[in-house]
Write a protein that binds this ligand. Structure first.
Ligand code: BMA
Length: 351
């Protein structure tokens, strides 16, 4: 990586000279929120969007997959950072825009960093996006002699400032908390290896400035075999930006089991202490979503549900969870936050 040497650059204006930052508008939030009621007769805590995948196979000319991607509220609409693959299968990040968070227009060119010399070997995948104070921060898995957590920030998703990588390789699944906790930025991550890692636990690290990271704490381990659960026995990794609730931080995460046919990626949930989020209060002892639909069990990498984002409608507690399916397409699932919390508490085994 070429580290950022620039001071903060001002956010650019659009072609008409209008500053695009939502922070300088009187945006009251999107008019619509993605939602579909739980199917009648279903008792699922998390259920699939009936129009899945929202971005299917070959979603645009030259692309053969868009998956494991992040979305966020942007003024009165939505923005996303999408993991795309073209016919080289080399992963890039593209910005996307949407009025309803379901129908997306994806920029044809990958996002570029104004302060960073492009390195053609620097891959980028599995982004997460969060707004903290005046900035949107993007974290993703970048190449730096092996995978590690890369960081950038932007205000209007037109100009991007690359920051220092958070960690040494090898590390994946870097997920920021949406506010400072006791004055520090907090970043979840999953130390790994250079390949298709067959282990992995979730840690949290602290920073005063989003550049220097330390005070690393173990949050939770993979495993669970001793308590009768196999779905998360091989490795785990944080998913969407944690959601603050009165019961703690709701952390959705992926849990992986190895099988004779390869890894299976499912989704579970944990509640973390609000002040010391390395303390796990509750943790689901069963998955909430596991590959089952055709688009989850069939694709470039079968049997993967990989959550990277969630939108929370605070007016009614509805949750829309964005996940990659089978390393091929982008899907949505829904839940009521209160039900998800109650289920997590009632079906918890912390180990
Ligand atoms: C992980 C990451 C993810 C991917 C998953 C399943 O190691 O590479 O991007 O979805 O494997 O292939």
């Amino acid at each position: 990586m070429t580290p950022s040497e620039s001071a903060t650059q001002p956010e650019i204006a659009n072609e008409n000279g209008v500053n695009l930052s939502p922070l300088e508008t009187d945006a009251s939030g999107p008019a619509t929120f993605p939602w579909s009621d739980r199917p009648s007769g279903s008792r699922e805590i998390v259920w699939r969007h009936p129009g899945n995948p929202i971005l299917g196979r070959k979603p645009a000319p030259g692309l053969q997959g868009v998956y494991n991607s992040a979305v966020a509220v942007y003024g009165n609409s939505y923005v996303g950072v999408f993991r795309t693959e073209d016919h080289t299968r080399f992963p890039h990040l593209h910005v996307g825009w949407s009025e309803d968070a379901l129908d997306w227009q994806i920029d044809p060119e990958p996002l570029v960093f104004g302060n960073h010399q492009h390195d053609p070997a620097d891959y980028a995948y599995d982004p997460r996006v969060v707004k903290i104070d005046d900035w949107y921060y993007i974290t993703w898995c970048g190449g730096h002699n092996g995978p590690t957590i890369s960081v950038a920030r932007t205000k209007a998703f037109r100009h991007f400032e690359r920051m220092e990588n958070a960690f040494l390789p090898f590390n994946r699944n870097g997920v920021l908390f949406p506010r400072r906790i006791q004055g520090k930025y907090l970043l979840l991550s999953r130390p790994s290896d250079d390949g298709h890692t067959a282990f992995g636990d979730i840690y949290v690290s602290q920073s005063p400035d989003m550049v220097h990271w330390g005070r690393h704490r173990l949050v939770m381990r993979s495993g669970g075999e001793a308590t009768g659960q196999w779905w998360q026995r091989t490795k785990i990794g944080a998913g969407p930006i944690p959601i603050e609730t009165p019961e703690g931080w709701l952390m959705l995460y992926h849990g992986v089991m190895d099988t004779c046919n390869g890894f299976v990626y499912s989704m579970g949930a944990a509640l973390l202490d609000l002040d010391e989020p390395w303390r796990v209060l509750y943790r689901t002892n069963q998955h909430l979503l596991t590959p089952d639909a055709d688009y989850e069990v069939s694709g470039h990498v079968p049997n993967v549900v990989f959550p990277c984002a969630a939108l929370h409608d605070e007016s009614n507690g509805r949750l829309a969870i964005y996940y990659g399916a089978a390393d091929t397409c982008t899907c949505v699932a829904y839940a009521h936050l209160s039900e998800l919390i109650e289920f997590t508490k009632a079906n918890s085994t912390v180990f």
